[in-house]
Design a protein around this ligand. Sequence first.
Ligand SMILES: C[S@@+](CC[C@H](N)C(=O)[O-])C[C@H]1O[C@@H](n2cnc3c(N)ncnc32)[C@H](O)[C@@H]1O
Length: 194
Amino acid sequence: MVSKKIRNRKKYTAAYSTVLTNTKTTASFSHIYVDAFAGAGKHKLKKTGEEVLGSPFNALDIKFPFHEYHLIDINPEKTSYLKEATKDKTNVFVYNNDCNKILLEKIIPSVEYSRYKRGLFFLDPYGIHLDWKVIKAAGQQKTIEIFLNFSIMDMNMNVLKKDKNKVTVDQKNGRKLQGRTYSEIPPTLQLAFN
Ligand SMILES: C[S@@+](CC[C@H](N)C(=O)[O-])C[C@H]1O[C@@H](n2cnc3c(N)ncnc32)[C@H](O)[C@@H]1O
């Protein structure tokens, strides 16, 4: 059985694209799908061993497709698989890189209000790998809807140390923050120290 997370995201993606495609005022807009922690596009369910589609392929498998699909993962094996599986689709772009960099430098600036661009972003990190600047920049564009999987496991394990001075790249427990300092992590995480 497909997980609730995957099922709900598929429904939301399909609904978003259906509305934008079929509404008079937005039908001419160019709407894009962005999967920033895309994974390999498939999962093996622990309990049954059954293989199910992950977020990128669910987004491709909808009645009213997006104009473009941008799939990002830092793991080269996962992006190689995604590239191979989507090689015949000219509107799919796969990036093997840190999504924070690609989103901030390339994708978010391109979703321009004045050019009738709109975007649905799926941000599905396992841990605290998402830079808060991404959320801020996306919000400022006023064209981007974000579906964020707010993973609390990594926060509980690595951030809730009640000592903000420990959150640096040099500290063992700050390692997973990828060099970001206290002021650069999401305000919701900062609350954990207050
Ligand atoms: C929870 S999984 C994604 C599952 C996928 N969204 C799905 O539903 O099938 C998180 C993914 O994020 C990737 N990842 C971790 N840090 C990253 C980063 N900084 N930039 C891009 N991808 C990253 C991992 O390689 C992993 O594949």
